[in-house]
Design a protein around this ligand. Structure first.
Ligand code: SF4
Length: 588
């Protein structure tokens, strides 16, 4: 398991065959984000579209997966249907540990299956199974049927898509083991384009723990830091939804298509309310003792007079922010009901919320009508949104099909780009100010977790663009190393650089341990290089007017600071992409 190369399973869906390849580059690229970039650099086609069957769909894990807690994410890399550029999306569940126990550092899928298929892999197994009868089924139903079919319970991970992925929506996610997702930038559509309904990874092998004396005490120390200190309390207790009330209080919440940044009726959807009224239990990704996944419930009457069933639905800050506050749906149960519908369709709930918020304002302004939306959309009307989410997932008419390709694509056709809440992709659940807006708009994954811009806005005084951009670049570098380890980014306070070096040392990756900074720099550069080669131009990114009209606790947005940040960050991204340090990523 500890090896100086990567062990990669490559599967061609067109032939149904696979091969295991030993790929050099462990000490240069580490794993996770670095490995995904290395593989895409070798196997991706920058000049072909994302739908080209030969484009690879990559799942990569890190050198510490299986050895230390919270090394539980998988990096999924692909050419994105959202912008046709190189992209990453991260997911957890059992995916990472299943790959580790199947003894692969990465799974790379190319080609297109002749019939709707499920790829089943294990350490001694590879099968491309015809599952045409699952095409059109919801994410949940697909999961239920595959659990019966696949075997390997407790050791397997089931990744699957819903109708949105089959319809090649740029908002389609890949569901991982029901409660986690490769949520953003359209990985679900990449599977749909490959006729790949699901992937089952069976972790059917085993491996020895590292022999050295350092490993056990270090594991115990890391475990204690994660479970016995206050560092991870927030995530286990109320979970990320604790942010809802906090951001609302400081006028940094996403309300009503970002027309406002706080709302008096927020109490209906705070983390506290979700916990008191809806919380059933916590659960966790495999290999995580924290358990930040909060499961609420939706109840359905299936027979008179009083026969009910309930289903469990996961909630987090950003799904609540985008599917609740953004739509002015301020009731926790109504938000859960909307989340469940989007989950069934296999839609990314964040993009869905922001897209429907735009559609609601476009309706109010008369740019579109019920002819397009099929149901009258009104802020706060959860029943109408329930119908609209279904229409979006199914691509019910021309309007929903174009909206499913991204809010700005719809705005190109119908108008309303000024109030489209898009920062690279539909916005994340933070409206903290200039640094965050630029960080998300230009950031590699267009995610709030690319770098801590939201926290910089809240802590730093003054408007020094060079200082802020330097923070974003350095913070991104640290996070790129974490995602190359495939650490959950919630553990970043525990896994500081020196701790990661100790962990790498303890399992036997001594060269990596000695070169954390230079490897992080290289991977950061490689990712930007691939992004630019596939068409990204940071200087041409437009931040819609709505973000310039936002008022936070600091007052109105300073547009000249925003512009200066954008220019400085764009220049820095170009420099990273052009750096010679990015050499391991060779493309095309
Ligand atoms: S903290 Fe949450 S997201 Fe992170 S690994 Fe644990 S359960 Fe998964």
């Amino acid at each position: 398991m500890i090896r100086d190369h990567f062990r990669v399973l490559k599967v061609d869906l067109s032939t149904g065959r696979g091969q295991i390849e030993e790929v050099e580059g462990r000490d240069a690229c580490a794993g996770g984000s670095g490995l995904a970039a290395l593989l895409f650099g070798r196997m991706g086609f920058p000049d072909r579209t994302w739908e080209d069957p030969e484009q690879p769909l990559i799942f990569a894990i890190g050198p510490l997966t299986g050895y230390f807690p919270l090394m539980s994410k998988t990096v999924c890399a692909f050419k994105s249907p959202y912008h046709d550029q190189f992209a990453e999306s991260h997911g957890g569940g059992r995916s990472a540990l299943s790959l580790r126990f199947a003894d692969y550092d990465a799974l790379v899928i190319t080609g297109k299956a002749r019939r709707p298929s499920c790829l089943m892999v294990g350490s001694r197994k590879l099968e491309v199974k015809d599952v045409h009868y699952l095409w059109g089924r919801s994410v949940q139903r697909t999961g239920q049927m595959l659990r019966r079919l696949a075997g390997g319970s407790g050791h397997r991970s089931i990744l699957r898509i819903g109708p949105a992925g089959e319809n090649r929506s740029a908002m389609a996610c890949i569901n991982a083991d029901t409660y986690r997702h490769f949520g953003r930038l359209g990985g679900g559509a990449v599977m749909g384009a490959k006729n790949l309904k699901a992937i089952v990874i069976v972790g059917d092998g085993s491996f020895d723990l590292p022999p050295g004396k350092e490993y056990t005490p270090l594991f115990q120390k890391v475990y204690a830091d994660l479970t016995e200190t206050s560092m991870m309390d927030k995530y286990h207790n109320l979970g990320t939804p604790v942010n809802v009330a906090v951001l609302n209080k400081i006028q940094a919440m996403t309300i009503r298509n970002l027309q406002r940044t706080s709302d008096e009726s927020i109490s209906g959807i705070t983390g506290e309310t979700f916990a008191e009224r809806t919380l059933l239990r916590n659960t966790a990704c495999s290999g995580c003792p924290v358990g930040c996944i909060h499961l609420g419930f939706v109840r359905e009457k299936f027979q008179e007079p009083n026969q009910y069933l309930y289903r469990q639905v996961t909630y987090d800050h950003e799904p609540i922010a985008l599917m609740g506050a953004m739509l002015s749906v301020m009731d926790a149960f109504q938000v859960l009901a909307l989340l469940e519908i989007a989950e069934k369709a296999g839609l990314d709930v964040m993009s869905t919320g922001a897209a429907l918020a735009w559609a609601t304002e476009a309706s109010e302004k008369g740019l579109i009508s019920e002819k397009e939306t099929l149901v009258p959309l009104k802020f706060g009307d959860a029943e109408a949104y329930a119908q609209a989410v279904k229409h979006l997932g199914l691509g019910a008419n021309d309007f929903y099909r174009v909206l499913a390709q991204g809010t700005l694509k719809a705005a190109e056709q119908y108008g309303g780009a000024d109030f489209a809440c898009v920062l690279g992709q539909e916005m994340a659940g933070y409206a903290t100010g200039e640094v965050f807006f630029v960080s998300q708009a230009l950031g590699f994954r267009h995610s709030h977790l690319d770098a801590g811009g939201y926290s910089y806005d809240q802590k730093q005084k003054g408007k020094d663009a060079a200082h802020a951009v330097d923070f974003l670049v350095q913070d991104e570098k640290a996070r790129v190393f974490l995602t190359s380890m495939v650490s959950c980014l919630f553990a970043r306070e525990v896994y500081k650089e020196s701790v990661l070096a100790d962990c790498l040392n303890a399992v036997g990756y001594k060269t990596l341990a000695e070169n954390v900074d230079s490897v992080a720099q290289r991977v950061q550069n490689m990712r930007w290089q691939l992004r630019m080669k596939t068409g990204f131009d940071p200087a041409s990114v437009k931040i819609p007017e709505r973000f310039k009209q936002v008022v936070t606790w600091k007052g109105p947005i300073d547009t000249s600071y925003l512009e200066s940040l954008q220019k400085t960050y764009a220049k820095k991204i170009r420099e990273m992409a052009e750096s010679e340090e990015s050499s391991p990523a060779r493309m095309g």
